[in-house]
Design a protein around this ligand. Structure first.
Ligand SMILES: Cc1cc2nc3c(=O)[nH]c(=O)nc-3n(C[C@H](O)[C@H](O)[C@H](O)COP(=O)(O)OP(=O)(O)OC[C@H]3O[C@@H](n4cnc5c(N)ncnc54)[C@H](O)[C@@H]3O)c2cc1C
Length: 560
């Protein structure tokens, strides 16, 4: 069967659904395609909140912009940060009007908490379910407007002819049939790539599909070396302990009981930016002041009432996974892979370098996060740039007259799928992914060096050739998750390849990219973006550079 739309949105997380709401408002024939039911997208897991500087609170968007730029270690494009921070207030109030019931303070006004790397308390939240509340409200709008949502359809390729994007090929997971979905414009809102690492705070579905789809379609990925390790994750399984714990006043202690952040970041302490806190923790652990490879997060001084009322969800996580009562006992935590600052290079309207292809949300790099994202700036990024990408994609779609009618990409993808299904018993997807993800966590994590990154890149190459031997046991058509995981592994490998290529290129330390063999930031040579293009027919990726846009904030040394 063949399907056709004006705009096709790939992804039903916050970025995709916000784009869909905008498309509906503008009367566009838009459709959403998603590999999981929309409200199961990873956005659902966001707990902490969303940033906005509201003028009537005595806050100012330029202060938010400066915090964001400083947090980015001056790698963010300042024009893009200005767009995000100046539109934040409107985006927040609009969400409230749509029905997101934000938590209130004692006066009944919208409540805030202070998140890391920020001078002001400007993080708005819905208890510990901010992402879930936002996602459900946006999905309600999409259902109300009768937007066509292809639930549980898995995108296998973008359709690109003569360098222009015209839609996607996707497999209906329920039937196993692949289809061509033509569109005049495509918005990729396919989320992050946590599973390129192990462990990760991300859902199992965050396998870098969007990065790889764009990369294979000729769009460059930018600053892929910038991988965020969140300071507080559980050692056993990578589950996130939200920054809200430190936002409400939690301490970090080493094995001696010292509150070590006082030494490293006297002003911001536990609320320095995430890359900084993760490095401090890892230093304590590496220098022998850790506790079984962790440090401790201590909430005891907040008292049981605050822990249970304001951080009740974390109390549940601590109890269920560790058997710990946070009001009584500090919990062991360590830095864990959390977020991709890097992504598909776009302008402030979501346009990628491939005509017809737009991107928004975590998969995109606009670039507002640069070398390090501030907590609660991602939810903001999804709604601001989800909306803007829809506006630009609709306008572009209006100029498209013809679309190719052939089914070449569909046939190629069907053949690729058949090869995997028909392959005799070989390597197992899970084991191959695990090997790759362990190597990324060992070598391209909080601290890096040339030797380690080369080892990771070599492992990626080895696994890329081994991918041709991956086989599946389920040979059926209906709900073949074995097949979906094998296809996802291909995306994981391409994303890892781009991360390693970018990381090996940057010969300095900046933001989350900290090289023990080159520990200094080097603005003279490296205040620039790194673009990674897929290499032609199996060759190494191709690298290019772009200048960073500086508007009014000159780069200075970063201190917290
Ligand atoms: C545990 C956790 C807590 C977080 N807390 C916060 C927070 O408090 N504040 C904050 O600002 N940020 C937070 N973040 C980050 C933030 O939640 C994410 O960056 C953001 O929600 C990503 O939204 P998205 O719309 O880009 O992608 P997602 O919500 O990940 O959605 C991706 C969509 O793409 C679809 N998709 C992917 N691949 C395919 C394919 N091949 N075919 C079809 N569909 C596909 C998926 O089905 C899904 O619908 C948190 C992240 C995690 C993991």
């Amino acid at each position: 069967m063949m399907f056709e739309h004006e705009v096709l949105i790939i992804g039903a997380g916050l970025a995709g659904l916000r784009a869909a709401v905008e498309a509906v408002r503008r009367g566009s024939n838009a459709a959403v395609i998603t590999k999981v039911y929309p409200v199961r997208s990873h956005s659902n897991a966001a707990q902490g909140g969303i940033n906005a500087a509201l003028t009537d609170r005595g806050d100012d968007w330029t202060d938010h912009a400066l915090d964001t730029i400083k947090g980015s270690d001056y790698l963010a494009d300042q024009d893009a940060v200005e767009v995000m921070c100046s539109e934040a207030g409107q985006a927040l109030i609009e969400l409230e009007h749509m029905g997101v019931i934000f938590s209130r303070d004692d006066q009944g006004k919208l409540g805030t908490r202070r998140f890391g790397g920020q001078k002001a308390a400007r993080t708005f939240f819905v208890g510990a379910i901010t992402g879930q509340a936002m996602l459900h409200v946006l999905y309600e709008q999409v259902v109300k407007a009768n937007v066509r949502v292809y639930d549980e359809w898995f995108v296998t390729s973008l359709i690109v002819e003569d360098g222009v994007c015209h839609g996607a090929v996707a497999m209906d997971i329920r039937t196993g049939e692949a289809h061509t979905v033509r569109a005049k414009a495509v918005i990729l809102a396919a989320g992050g790539a946590g599973r390129v690492y192990e462990p990760s705070t991300n859902a199992l579905i965050c396998t870098g599909d969007g990065y790889a789809l764009a990369y294979r379609a000729g769009a460059p990925l930018m600053d892929m070396e910038m991988v965020q390790y969140h300071p507080t994750t559980l050692a056993s399984n990578g589950v996130l302990i939200s920054e809200a714990a430190r936002g409400e006043g939690g301490y970090l202690l080493n094995s001696k009981g010292d509150r070590f952040m006082l030494k490293y970041a006297p002003d911001y302490k536990e609320l320095a930016s995430r890359d900084v806190v993760s490095r401090c923790e890892q230093t304590e652990i590496d220098e022998g002041r850790g506790v079984d490879g962790c440090v401790l997060l201590d909430l005891r001084h907040l008292g049981r009432e605050v822990v249970e009322r304001k951080l009740g969800y974390l109390q549940e996580v601590a109890h269920d996974f560790m058997g710990i009562d946070l009001a009584e006992t500090p919990i062991p935590i360590r830095p864990g892979m959390h977020y991709m600052m890097g992504g598909i290079k776009t302008d402030v309207n979501g346009a990628t370098m491939v005509p017809g292809l737009y991107a928004a949300g975590e998969v995109a790099n606009v670039s507002v996060h640069g070398g390090n994202r501030l907590g609660a700036n991602s939810l903001l990024d999804t709604v601001v740039f989800g909306r803007r990408s829809a506006i630009a994609a609709i306008e572009y779609a209006g100029s498209v007259r013809d679309m190719p009618k052939n089914e070449d990409q569909l046939k190629a993808d069907q053949a690729r799928i058949r090869r995997i299904v028909d392959r005799p018993k070989g390597l197992r997807t899970a084991a191959v992914r695990r090997e790759l993800a362990d190597s990324m966590h060992s070598h391209v994590a909080v601290f890096r060096n040339q030797h380690g990154m080369e080892a990771a890149a070599a492992k990626v190459r080895e696994i890329k050739s081994a991918y041709e031997k991956v086989s599946i046991e389920d040979k059926g058509k209906v709900f073949n998750t074995d097949l979906v995981f094998a296809l996802e592994l291909g995306y994981v490998i391409d994303t890892a390849e781009a991360i390693c290529a970018s990381a090996l290129t940057r010969k300095e330390s900046r933001g989350a990219h900290y090289r023990t063999d080159m520990p200094k930031r080097d603005d003279a040579n490296w205040l620039k973006h790194i673009l990674v293009y897929e290499g032609a027919s199996g060759a190494d990726p191709r690298i290019a550079f772009l200048p960073v846009t500086i508007t009014r904030w000159k780069p200075v040394e970063r201190k917290y």
